[in-house]
Design a protein around this ligand. Structure first.
Ligand code: ATP
Length: 319
């Protein structure tokens, strides 16, 4: 391939910029040209394509967000939209595309691949909810941001002898909640993968309070939600002043951590090497300490299990 495109799609994640940088510079090192497609698949519908060189991606490795912008495009999901996207690629000589995003974006990459534009997916989402990979770009930064925020909430919860019920992101998955809950010493962690049992949470708070604990952190995954109601319920049943906080989009921003920058660089580079070798319809993944790749169909059919053992560890240590 002589020219490839790169786009970011779905929710933004810290480290996407580092992945773009890796894609651009690896491609240039291998002698290819790179086009930046702005605002995800929408950029292919509206012909928003720019030239990128090594200097275009200077100073972005440390920045959150995505210099190519991201979007969710409904019109791309029609046959007409996809054919327009193919035409835009052809117009700019784009022979393959690196798609940085989540599962939905990978479905788009699969659909473009079958229409003659080979695509390689790079997992970029804070939620770590992509079955084919143990790690997604942005997960580490989002968790660290959530931990930093909850540490601050803990200070005030501790001063007032409060129970803080805090919602963290993750969409339908509880991976952020699980690790953040452990890292902040939460008394309970509620995730959508398991039945939410508020009575057990209340019992635990009461039992732990009897041992002298005066403040409590309850981490709730976005997929469970309802933190206001949960806080009100805990207050009613325990008599402990309880407050709800939704951390929200702060978790999507900020400078990417070392881990996100390094994984993003490795994955972006791997994606370009696949296209360079004429291989498309693949997704890059991180498995057992290595960067690997899978067929997109295969990857989209994989399932990810929830680490209940880790939740048990959290439960046993939060006493
Ligand atoms: P995140 O996990 O951050 O939400 P995502 O990539 O899963 O990221 P989606 O909104 O599901 O986010 O998908 C992003 C875009 O990918 C959609 O707006 C659409 O343009 C395209 N897309 C999603 N699903 C499909 C599909 N089934 N077929 C073709 N394109 C799709």
């Amino acid at each position: 391939m002589k020219t490839i495109g790169v786009l970011t799609s779905g929710g933004d994640a810290p480290g996407m910029n580092a992945a773009i940088r890796a894609v651009v510079r690896t491609a240039i090192t291998l002698g290819m040209n790179v086009k930046g497609i702005r605002s995800g698949y929408s950029g292919l519908i509206h012909d928003d394509v720019i030239d990128l060189d090594a200097r275009s991606v200077s100073d972005i490795i440390s920045r959150g967000g995505t210099m190519l912008y991201t979007a969710r495009s409904k019109s791309f999901m029609t046959e007409e939209g996809m054919m327009t996207a193919v035409e835009t690629c052809k117009k700019h000589g784009i022979e393959g595309v690196v798609v940085i995003g989540g599962d939905g974006s990978f479905r788009g990459a699969r659909d473009l691949s079958v229409r003659g534009i080979p695509c390689v997916g790079v997992p970029g989402t804070i939620d770590n909810d992509i079955a084919s990979t143990e790690y997604t770009i942005g997960f580490d930064t989002a968790m660290n941001t959530a931990v930093e925020m909850i540490d601050k909430i803990r200070d005030t919860a501790q001063s007032h002898h409060r129970c803080s019920v805090i919602e963290v992101m993750g969409r339908h998955a509880g991976y952020i909640a699980l690790q953040v809950g452990i890292a902040t010493g939460a008394t309970a962690i509620l995730v959508p993968e398991l039945t939410v049992d508020l009575e057990s949470v209340v019992k635990k708070i009461i039992a732990v309070e009897k041992t002298g604990k005066k403040h409590f952190i309850i981490v709730v995954a976005e997929g469970v939600g309802g933190v206001d109601k949960i806080a009100a319920y805990i207050q009613e049943k325990t008599g402990i002043d309880s407050r709800a906080t939704v951390l929200g989009h702060v978790q999507r921003g900020g400078n990417p951590t070392v881990r996100d920058r390094v994984r993003a660089t490795q994955m972006g580079s791997a994606a370009v090497h696949l296209l360079y070798n004429g291989v498309g319809n693949r997704v890059v993944a991180y498995k057992k300490g290595e960067i690997v790749d899978f067929d997109i169909y295969e990857a989209l059919n994989m399932t990810k299990s929830f680490d209940e053992g880790m939740l048990e560890v959290a439960h046993e240590t939060a006493i």
